[in-house]
Ligand binder design. Structure first.
Ligand code: AHR
Length: 329
């Protein structure tokens, strides 16, 4: 098994960093949208099978839109896109279907880190290169992917923790976790907890990165941890669900209970501007063009960096409406 370090760093021949040029103002529902854009058209286009993990959040919707806008026939791609509805078994089935279809390149965003050994070996045996997108894998298969493009989740958690340490050092923290076992949950939690210290965290529960489950987890937490003063939600959608639960309990989000989140989707940043969120660490989903570029190079056998990190920023309540309205998602 790769160590954590090896999983995200050790295999790297080099690391590319993408600055996506979004404005910063501080320091720092599941669908079944399976589609084929071209399929086996007999063209010279690159046949790509893309397994998206779901449609659980505003972030995911924006990421899917970006992927579909870039991986088009006009751009030389015949895309088969499959939404796994946050179920690993659906993703594994899609990956096996891609092998059977004889695609040129497989791209996928794994819902959780483990459980991919068998299918990754099958892909390797079929000699189909893998472009890993967004989340990471933890596998015994050697060199399981050619290149990975995504955010530094641990750094996102660290950035959130540093804001809490500086602005709410005595906070009693409830952590609203993303999908348990996903790279985004594991690494954000590791980064955050290391900065704020375990003794300041009163409880944790998963909201599976969705608004509805975030709200339900928060309702239970308000009963279980009545002394909490701050929520760290691993994404905006769960934080937005937490707002509903806090208001229903007669408390004021952003004041009685502060909320720190990750993503920076428009609804989240609006909640920040409205004083209901206190700090948002960005996780930028718009990197379809970088995926396209990687797929073309991988298909052509050109050198690609082992990792490409999408750079994030962070926002506090000084964010302007102009900044929010100017964003792409
Ligand atoms: O993997 C990225 C995370 O997945 C986003 O932060 C979250 O909104 C999504 O569900």
């Amino acid at each position: 098994m790769f160590s954590k370090k090896m999983r995200t760093r050790g295999l790297a021949a080099s690391v590319a960093v993408l600055a996506l040029g979004l404005a910063a103002c501080s320091s720092g529902g599941d669908g079944d949208d399976n589609s084929t854009d071209g399929g086996d058209s007999g063209s010279e286009n690159i046949k790509v099978g893309f397994s998206q993990l779901g449609a659980e959040s505003g972030w995911r919707t924006a990421n899917t839109e970006s992927v579909k806008a870039s991986l088009t026939a006009e751009n030389g791609i015949d895309l088969t896109f499959v939404d796994a509805q946050q179920k690993q078994e659906n993703q594994i089935k899609a990956l096996r279907d891609f092998i059977d279809q004889g695609v040129d390149v497989i791209a996928f965003s794994p819902v959780v880190e483990t459980g991919w050994d068998e299918v990754l070996q099958e892909i390797k045996d079929a000699e189909i290169p893998v472009v890993l997108v967004d989340r990471t894998v933890d596998t015994t298969v050697e060199d399981p992917y050619v290149t990975w493009i995504g955010a530094d989740f641990k750094q996102e958690g660290t950035t959130a923790g540093e804001w809490v340490k500086e602005n709410a050092p005595d906070a009693k923290i409830f952590e609203l976790q993303g999908t348990l076992g996903s790279g985004a949950q594991v690494d954000r939690e590791e980064g955050f907890d290391a900065v704020v210290g375990a003794e300041n965290i009163v409880g944790k529960a998963s909201g599976n990165f969705t608004r509805a489950e975030g709200k339900a987890a928060m309702e239970a937490a308000l009963q279980a941890y009545p002394d909490m003063t701050l929520v760290f939600a691993h994404n905006d959608d769960m934080g937005l669900g937490a707002i509903e639960a806090i208001e229903a309990a007669g408390k004021v989000p952003g004041k009685d209970i502060q909320i720190v989140t990750v993503d920076g989707v428009r609804d989240g940043l609006q909640a920040l501007k409205d004083g209901k969120f206190n700090y948002v660490v960005e996780c930028n989903p718009v990197f379809g063009d970088q995926i396209l570029d990687a797929i073309k190079k991988v298909d052509a056998g050109e050198d690609v960096p082992k990792e490409t990190i999408v750079v994030d920023q962070a926002f506090d309540q000084t964010i302007t409406q102009e900044t929010i309205d100017g964003r792409k998602y």
